[in-house]
Design a binder for this molecule. Structure first.
Ligand code: HEM
Length: 267
């Protein structure tokens, strides 16, 4: 029998493919969070990391394509399995399914849809960089003089807008909730959720998901409240909410001050 037929047509195959694609996506979000946490270090760190990723060129595009395909497969199979479950319920399994469902499992479809919409916005915001004007996407130079995109400032500027920060917080919250059920299902689909350790597995998954949420929320909140600050003098005047490290001014004053700095520099 054709392997693709087994993976994409049989019910067990679909569940295993869902689990494997989910595992790959989970690996990505953990790696992504680890990379993003560098915002708490010297700006050069995250800026050189982003520059390194960009320098991968076609390899980066291959990774992007692979992740996108994985996401499409995951979403497509999720939709198919939902339809199949509905049909199964109609044929008499209603009682059993409802009893075993947790709150997170019942809302998997909705949390999945919102996370998907978030990813679309997120890519437009930080990767395609079209949701804001050019001042939200500054450049900088590394200590060794290499000109790079200032991802450190870009993130802080992005989250200084409360509505955007809240949207990110809600989305990563829903993603964490989605993962809390998805990860357990993943183990179940590949036959690794046995009775002996089911309870331990569920607890561990909860802890991982809570830590995942805290890590992401820390980035957004730190940027929003000024706990991490822009250190690029070129970018600091734009919507600087907290004390400016360069000129010491706040908000509108920061803008005026930065203007004054550049006039002084020009004269
Ligand atoms: C608070 C949470 C998050 C922050 C601060 C964040 C930050 C970023 C930044 C700064 C970039 C652009 C990197 C660059 O310009 O080089 C980026 C790209 C990206 N993010 Fe996130 N992200 C967050 C959550 C997520 C989540 C939850 C997902 C997926 C579910 C995600 C998926 C992606 C993808 C696919 C890219 C594109 C990578 C590429 O260009 O190859 N992000 N993120």
């Amino acid at each position: 029998m054709n392997i693709l037929h087994v993976l994409f047509r049989s019910s067990v195959g679909k569940k295993v493919t869902m689990a494997v694609s989910g595992f790959i996506l989970f690996g990505f979000v953990i790696g992504h969070l680890t990379g993003n946490l560098q915002i708490f270090s010297n700006p050069d760190k995250i800026n050189s990391y982003a520059h390194f990723l960009e320098s991968l060129g076609s390899a980066l595009w291959a990774i992007r394509l692979f992740l996108l395909t994985t996401l499409v497969v995951h979403v497509w199979l999720a939709a198919q399995l939902t339809i199949e479950n509905r049909q199964a319920r109609k044929t008499g399994y209603r009682q059993q399914v409802t009893l075993r469902a947790t709150l997170a499992s019942r809302y998997m479809r909705w949390t999945g849809v919102i996370v998907f919409l978030f990813i679309v916005y997120h890519l437009l915001h930080f990767t395609v960089r079209v949701t804001h004007g050019p001042e939200a996407y500054p450049m900088t130079v590394l200590v060794d003089g290499t000109p790079v995109r200032d991802v450190h400032s870009m993130m802080i500027l992005g989250f200084q807008e409360p509505l955007i920060a809240i949207f990110y917080l809600v989305s990563v919250g829903l993603l964490s909730w989605h993962l809390s059920h998805g990860l357990v299902s993943m183990f179940q689909s590949v036959g690794l959720k046995t009775r002996t350790w089911a309870h331990f597995l569920e607890r561990t998954v909860w802890v991982v998901c809570i830590l995942y949420f805290i890590g992401n929320a820390a980035i957004v909140l730190a940027a929003m409240t000024g706990q991490v600050r822009i250190q690029n003098p070129q970018a600091v005047g734009f919507a600087c909410r907290t004390d400016c490290e360069v000129c010491g001014a706040r908000n509108a004053e920061a803008l005026a001050e930065t203007g004054a700095h550049s006039e002084e520099n020009q004269s």
